[in-house]
Design a binder for this molecule. Structure first.
Ligand SMILES: N[C@@H](CCC(=O)N[C@@H](CS)C(=O)NCC(=O)O)C(=O)O
Length: 211
């Protein structure tokens, strides 16, 4: 049975799962579930993801939700370059960075700043300055922490890992927002990392088309 990922191409979490699939060279079908039109809360999707969120994943009749569980499964179930460092401390750092971005990064960068400054104007509205300010404060703290944790220009270890794949999609959206455009100021390791990562085939292939 083919691998199926349920989620729209514009979702950052779905993009992280797709990046893992692309990096492993796994062929998969992307089934669009448009959460903006309520498709996430239809019974078919709730059966896959009880909270109506994306992505949801299937492989050989095995269903999985929660992006970090999906990316680890993809890394471990398929051949290809390992996306988790063998060294136990580097692997713990990878998990820490994924959890930081999930717990504190996504909501601030995407839910607040990107949404207010990019999506709201696209829909004809005016950004809420208080939400933007709170989001920017949260996002900058996350970027400071990640920048401090990065070693030798990599998120962790020597090769691309799940940490890179979890950080990149929300950061990509943050950079599109006016408040996120100076994200690399005084963060040279992050800037060098972005320059390398943003031209990678998996990253280019999964870049969302907005508007
Ligand atoms: N903990 C979930 C979070 C997924 C998530 O928040 N996805 C967003 C899209 S990027 C979503 O589905 N939002 C719609 C909603 O919250 O109803 C995971 O790791 O997969």
């Amino acid at each position: 049975m083919p691998v199926v990922l349920h989620g729209p191409a514009y979702s950052t979490y779905a993009r992280t799962a797709r990046l893992a699939l692309e990096e492993k060279g796994v062929s998969y079908e992307l089934q669009e579930v448009d959460i903006l039109t309520g498709k996430g809360h239809e019974p078919a999707h709730l059966a896959r993801q009880p909270w109506g969120k994306v992505p949801a994943f299937e492989h050989d009749g095995f269903g999985l939700f929660e992006t970090f569980a999906i990316t680890r499964y993809v890394d471990e179930a398929f051949p290809g370059p390992s996306l988790q460092p063998a060294d136990v401390k580097a692997r713990a750092r990878m998990t820490q960075i994924c959890d930081v971005i999930d717990s504190y990064g996504y909501g601030a960068m995407v839910g607040k700043v990107f949404w207010q400054e990019v999506i709201v104007p696209m829909q004809g509205g005016t950004p809420d300055a208080d939400i933007v300010a709170a989001g920017k404060e949260g996002a900058e703290k996350v970027l400071n922490v990640i920048h401090r944790l990065m070693e030798n220009g990599a998120m962790c270890g020597d090769a691309v890992s799940l940490a890179d794949l979890h950080v990149l999609p929300p950061l990509d959206y943050y950079l599109m927002a006016p408040s996120g455009r100076d994200a690399f100021a005084q963060r040279p390791k992050l800037e060098a990392w972005w320059k390398r990562m943003s031209t990678r085939e998996s990253v280019v292939k999964t870049r969302p088309k907005l508007g």
